[in-house]
Design a protein around this ligand. Structure first.
Ligand code: UGA
Length: 447
């Protein structure tokens, strides 16, 4: 999934020395993609082990199509990795900040890493620099970054701060980077705008040029709106269950209305991952701090939390007592095509089952290592190398992530292996009539 050579040759692109700070999902993808666009890139991370791994083109997480892109950049010599922020900043004109902004107990984002980068920029301001927020940050963070650099710098060298939020999805990150729906540029100077336009000149997408506050807000508003769509349809799914209606048909018909759109209207176990849960909370927090209590955001979170609890309750209605029941869980990552377990519905659901005394038998196509780290303290959870070994002698088989591999599961084979043929489909992956034909009891979401 790279830009075609034709597209790149057509444009005589100006090459920039780019430093990407943070080798996480956003940073590493951006670094590899900027190198693919022809820029000289150094990706910096303070985790030395990670950097040593990356120097050998070994990735710290699973993302389809990223590894060949990293290998290509490293081989070509325009993608380098370093544990030294000072060196990265000194040799670059454009610095993208893609460090983590994890949630704190009160819901606000922890911006310590962003401040550290701003201070390092101040220390290493040896020539003009454009400092770009790429991480999702609360509105007005850019102002703080600018003030920090002004406070700690030792000279009068010119610099610009800008916001260029990233909208890529895990699992589709490379595609999203090269083929975005839009590129948002929050700038304060014509010079910064010109640099951005040159950096992204090979990418065909509408450019939305704004001030920095607006760009920062676009990101929080976009993620929260997508989360709202998911919670809305999940709320509808609860009403469907009570009324005897089918949420799949409701969402299909709603989505055909162009004003609504069909994307992000799949009912299920709700959203997880490192972005939506933290961003909805951070947006809630910052709105309140600015003087507006954004109550809708609270409901979005509440509905999302409830989906996980409700799913276990529905299973309990069927199995009556959960104590000593054997439950298989197929699919653990927060969504398919990633090994990311952060804020995954599977974590809450498995913990709920464990609390009620069930024994868990789990499998995921990619997230087993991450899952083992999370559940290392429980001896009531067993990990399996494939779905069929996991379901052996179980009283219930739960599908929590809609991996393609799991969608193709052999129901005949499963039927022979389980203790009781009961399937709980948390992502509406299957046609109820088909599953029942194989002799299973079947429950899903909102139908
Ligand atoms: C999300 C946004 O989609 C990206 O645009 C953004 O850049 C990113 O957050 C970020 O802020 O870094 P991501 O977290 O990778 O991307 O995952 P999504 O594909 O958006 O899915 C989020 C969650 O919503 C998943 O748990 C998924 O299962 C759930 N979902 C999605 C539903 O439950 N129903 C749907 O219809 C769609």
């Amino acid at each position: 999934m790279v830009l075609s050579k034709k597209t790149k040759k057509k444009k005589n692109i100006k090459k920039y020395n780019v430093c990407v700070v943070g080798a996480g999902h956003v940073g590493l993808v951006a670094a590899a993609c900027f190198a693919e666009l022809g820029h000289e890139v150094v990706c910096v991370d303070n985790d030395k082990n990670k950097i040593n791994f990356l120097k050998k083109s070994k990735l710290p997480f699973y993302e389809p199509e990223l590894e060949p892109l990293v290998k290509k950049g490293v081989k070509k010599g325009n993608l380098n990795f370093s544990a030294s922020l000072d060196i990265g900043i000194k040799k670059s004109e454009v610095i993208f900040i893609a460090v983590g902004t994890p949630p704190q107990d009160d819901g606000s984002a922890d911006l310590t890493s962003i401040e550290n980068v701003a201070r390092a920029v101040a220390k290493n301001l040896n020539s003009y620099k454009l400092i770009v927020e790429k991480s999702t940050v609360p509105v007005q963070t850019g102002k703080k970054v600018k003030e920090t650099i002004q406070r700690y710098r030792k000279n009068d060298v010119e610099f610009d701060v800008a916001s260029n939020p990233e909208f890529l999805r895990e699992g589709k990150a490379i595609y999203d980077f090269f083929y975005p729906d839009r590129i948002v540029l929050g700038v304060e100077s014509k010079k910064a705008e010109k640099i951005f336009k040159e950096i992204y000149s090979s990418i065909k997408a509408p450019l939305v040029v704004t001030d920095i506050y607006t760009a920062e807000l676009i990101k929080h508003a976009s993620n929260s709106f997508l989360a709202a769509k998911i919670s809305f349809i999940n709320g509808v799914s609860r009403v469907c269950e009570l009324a005897g209606a089918d949420v799949e048909k409701v969402s299909l018909a709603m989505g055909l209305d162009k004003r609504i759109g069909k994307e992000f209207l799949n009912a299920g176990l709700g959203y997880g991952g490192f972005c939506f849960p933290k961003d909805v909370e951070a947006f809630m927090y910052i709105s309140k701090k600015l003087g507006y209590d954004f109550g809708l955001l609270k409901e979005i979170k509440k509905i999302n939390d409830c989906q996980r609890v409700h799913f276990v309750e529905k299973i309990k209605e069927h199995l009556w007592v959960l104590k000593n029941k054997k439950i298989a869980v197929l699919g653990l990552s927060f969504k398919p095509d990633t090994d990311d377990m952060r804020f995954a519905p599977s974590e809450d659901i498995i913990n709920n089952f464990l609390k009620q005394g069930a024994e868990m038998f789990v499998y995921d196509p990619q997230a087993m290592n991450e899952a083992k780290k999370i559940f290392s303290s429980s001896n009531k959870i067993k990990f399996f190398k494939d779905a069929y070994s996991a379901v052996k002698n179980c009283d219930c088989v739960c599908f929590l992530t809609e991996w393609d591999e799991l969608k193709k599961i052999d129901f005949k084979k499963i039927k022979k292996l389980v203790n009781y043929p009961f399937i709980a489909d948390g992502r509406n992956m299957f046609d109820p009539a088909q599953v029942k034909k194989y002799g299973f009891e079947y429950i899903s979401i909102g139908r």
